[in-house]
Design a protein. Structure first.
Length: 437
């Protein structure tokens, strides 16, 4: 196999929750040696779990993506079993230290001296307290690249605001664009678009920084405010307001110029009965094709529906008719019946569908990976492929402190006696100490 593009590049990450770890997973896929620097003095919530030592009873009531541990059991080391962490923990290394001790910061500085990139997405104030900034890193390694991914940037009135993806959604206006016309924003489920966008764009920014350094020999400071990164995905709404004074609101599954909706379908005991299909009918020609696919029932050839203005005016009535037709069939049946006549339609798939989808399987979207505390599972792979250097899951989700000996003894060159002393001082472990909850 050819050498991966980032082999020989060492990246330190001090990341939490999703955006930061997702960013570095792309870089690890490309061959970088990504080392998670994990402090034993604090437990970052929603990273390796909601808490370090959850009980089996607490996992029964936690949302699946936070507490859906294998068999809903915490195991001996629950921080290695958390589903919010493991999908983007592939191909990485982990070392531990105690940043609350002066020695912990010394160890961190030693790592910076032998690394190329540092990535973090913590609260700005927290990094200020630790004294970790670009000026500090540059003193230790002149050509280092630093990527910061604060929610709202490191300057401005919002710099110290804490945020998860759902908070960023509210600040940038996305929350009020989602939902149904007869429901207010309190009915919306949380989404985390900013995390996914920030992770992928952050990885791109690091690659650009490395390219710049290769040409000039200089490192640089990169700041990616996650709210600012996500806002361009809603550019049409901001432009509509700026140009026309229109403030967009929720529209459900509707489209301003087409018949569009999400319609109920027939389910089964195996699939579950909550089955749906999405359909979009954009033109008069597509409406005629749609009518033919349905066998030209009276309602489908109603003159009121022949052209777009009439269809939009009577959208609710059309929805009711379409729903009565779709609920008689499986959602994949509907898809096939409509796609063959040129009407856009697709099943609304759940996770089980995705795992079993023949297209995703052929594309290698899910790959098998193992880890001692979790077992063997299917995990999402890199979202792209490369003809000469295909990314792959070379190593399963990294366990806390799994690579302490390699990092301390090989990367940093600490002696056996130094290593033993650091173990005694509480820097080196594969376990979070009590009384973390």
């Amino acid at each position: 196999m050819s050498k991966l593009p980032l082999e020989g590049i060492r990246i330190l990450e001090m990341t939490v929750v999703w955006a930061g770890p997702y960013c570095t997973s792309f870089l690890a896929d490309l061959g970088a040696e990504v080392i998670r620097v994990e402090s034993l003095a604090t437990f970052a919530p929603l990273t390796r779990g909601v808490r370090a030592h959850p009980t089996a009873a607490s996992l029964e009531v936690q949302p699946v993506f936070m507490g859906g541990y294998p068999d809903r059991q915490p195991g001996d080391r629950p921080w290695n079993r958390c589903p919010i962490f493991n999908p983007h923990a592939r191909n990485k290394l982990s070392m531990t230290l105690d940043l609350s001790q002066p020695k912990g910061m010394e160890i961190f500085k030693d790592l910076v001296k032998v690394s190329d990139v540092f990535v973090e997405n913590n609260v700005v104030d927290r990094m200020d307290q630790l004294g970790i900034d670009y000026a500090m890193l540059k003193k230790l390694r002149e050509d280092i690249i630093m990527l910061r991914m604060p929610a709202y940037g490191s300057t401005g009135p919002y710099r110290d605001y804490r945020a998860l993806g759902v908070h960023i959604e509210g600040v940038i206006g996305h929350t009020l664009l989602r939902g149904y016309t007869d429901m207010d924003a309190s009915a919306n489920n949380a989404v985390y678009v900013a995390d996914a966008a920030g992770g992928s764009q952050g990885a791109f920014a690091v690659l650009a920084g490395l390219h710049y350094r290769r040409r000039t020999g200089k490192g640089q400071y990169i700041e990616l405010g996650q709210a600012e990164d996500a806002m361009p995905m809603m550019g049409q709404f901001f432009m509509d307001y700026a140009m026309n004074g229109r403030n967009a609101a929720t529209s459900g599954n509707r489209h301003p110029t087409a018949v569009q909706g999400c319609y109920p379908c027939k389910g089964s005991e195996q699939q579950g009965h909550d089955r749906w299909v999405s359909i979009t009918i954009n033109s008069d020609e597509e409406w005629r094709s749609f009518s033919e696919a349905l066998g030209r029932p009276d309602w489908a050839v109603d003159p009121r529906f022949a052209h777009a203005p009439g269809r939009l005016e009577h959208h609710d009535e059309i929805d009711a008719h379409i729903g009565r037709w779709t609920e008689q069939m499986d959602n994949f049946e509907v898809m096939r019946a409509l796609q063959v006549v040129g009407v856009a339609a697709g099943p609304v798939m759940d996770q089980r569908d995705a795992y079993n989808d023949p297209h995703l399987r052929e594309r290698g979207m899910f790959q098998e990976a193992s880890q001692e505390d979790t077992g063997t599972h299917m995990y999402p792979s890199a979202p792209y492929t490369m003809s000469e250097t295909p990314p792959d899951i070379r190593r399963g989700p990294v366990r806390l402190g799994e690579d302490n000996e390699y990092v301390y003894r090989t990367v940093l060159g600490y002696s056996e006696s130094e290593y033993a002393r650091l173990v005694a001082e509480g820097h080196i472990s594969m376990d979070y100490p009590e009384p973390f909850e």
